[in-house]
Design a protein around this ligand. Structure first.
Ligand code: PLP
Ligand code: SF4
Length: 324
């Protein structure tokens, strides 16, 4: 009998070779010329996402988010390896502490998909150990920390067993009142929301928050909504954060559509992030001036709770910076 969960089997079928995906998408040789077939941050795209990409074009909001272009090799002033100064916030190999009351655990390097604009794509992940002893020790000894963020990588890349061990340890730290998942996994592999995982959440003695990451309405489908609903039904608030990306969502209509499908499913748009200037992402850049105009336009067509906070992360600041 196989003990490998279904979602891991699905993950194994991810596209990891640019050629394979290009052929699946019926791209021409001249289109393939624009792709980077050997990117440092490798291709990683679940079948579910690939199937949602329009065939025969490079001009698709999903394609742009996940498929490496030769343009990524360009360097530009101000585009850095560590644009948000994660390295200065490191208190342990797998613990970042930037903001008062909140600390972030780098639970794993793995993700369901690789986003080309990822600000952590150069992060020197510690992958030798799979436990969090030193990190937990710091959390235990620092009574100022009330909330622990599980990030990465993607925390849902961990097995239910590993998550259970981590959550149990956190539940024993009295001053930690909240645990927040930051995850994009469901957008590629909603099968990850297993009964076992839901049982873990259901029994948890502290408040859990979920922040998903999606940038365009076309990323969602019925299976994804259903998986999210199962989490919501446990009394866990689900929020969504997005990144403003050229060619993906840099139009008021795109943002209105994204916010609308989210609030139609009881999910609150939380942050719209200005792009973190990570090396090789300059083709995604939308200026802040333009961003402010897009948001102002979108706001006219949304209820107040449907408008995300437009923010930028400035290295060294005590919180995200609200723009506008
Ligand atoms: C963004 C971030 C947080 C969370 O900030 P909120 O404004 O509370 O969402 C926490 N820790 C780190 C290291 C972050 O980058
Ligand atoms: S899922 Fe998140 S951590 Fe993983 S590549 Fe995408 S943006 Fe980066």
């Amino acid at each position: 009998m196989s003990t490998v969960p279904l979602w891991r089997e699905i993950q194994r079928q991810n596209f990891t070779k640019v050629r394979d995906l290009a052929h699946f998408l019926q791209l021409s040789e001249s289109q393939i010329q624009e792709l980077d077939e050997t990117p440092a941050f490798v291709l990683n795209v679940p079948q579910r996402l690939a199937k949602k990409m329009q065939k025969g074009t490079l001009d698709d909001p999903l394609f742009k988010q996940f498929v490496p272009l030769k343009k990524e090799r360009l360097e530009a002033p101000g585009y850095l390896l560590d644009p948000v100064a994660d390295m200065q916030a490191k208190r342990q190999a797998k613990l970042l502490h930037k903001y008062e009351g909140r600390a972030l655990v780098i639970t794993t390097s793995a993700c369901a998909m690789h986003c080309r604009y990822c600000f952590r794509k150069n992060f020197p992940y510690e992958t030798k150990t799979q436990t969090f002893e030193k990190e937990l020790e710091i959390l235990e000894n620092d009574t100022t920390i009330q909330e622990v963020l599980l990030s990465g990588g993607d925390p849902l890349s961990l097995s239910d067993l590993s998550l259970e061990a981590l959550l149990t340890s956190l539940s024993r730290i009295r001053h930690v009142k909240r645990v927040r998942f930051h995850t994009r996994f469901i957008m590629g592999i909603p099968e990850r929301i297993t009964d076992g995982f839901l049982a873990l959440l259901q029994d948890y003695p502290k408040q859990i928050w979920f922040v998903i990451h999606a940038n365009a309405a076309c990323e969602f489908d019925a299976d994804i909504w259903q998986a999210l609903k199962k989490i919501q039904k446990l009394g866990i608030p689900v929020l969504c954060q997005s990144v403003l990306l050229k060619g993906v969502n840099d139009h008021p209509d795109a943002l209105v559509e994204l916010s609308s499908v989210l609030i139609d499913h009881g999910i609150t748009p939380y942050y719209l992030h200005q792009l973190d200037p990570v090396q090789g992402s300059q083709h995604f850049e939308v200026s802040e001036n333009e961003g402010l105009k897009i948001i102002a336009e979108a706001q006219k067509n949304l209820p107040g709770y449907g408008v995300p906070k437009y923010v930028r992360e400035d290295a060294g600041e005590p919180s995200k910076t609200i723009l506008g």
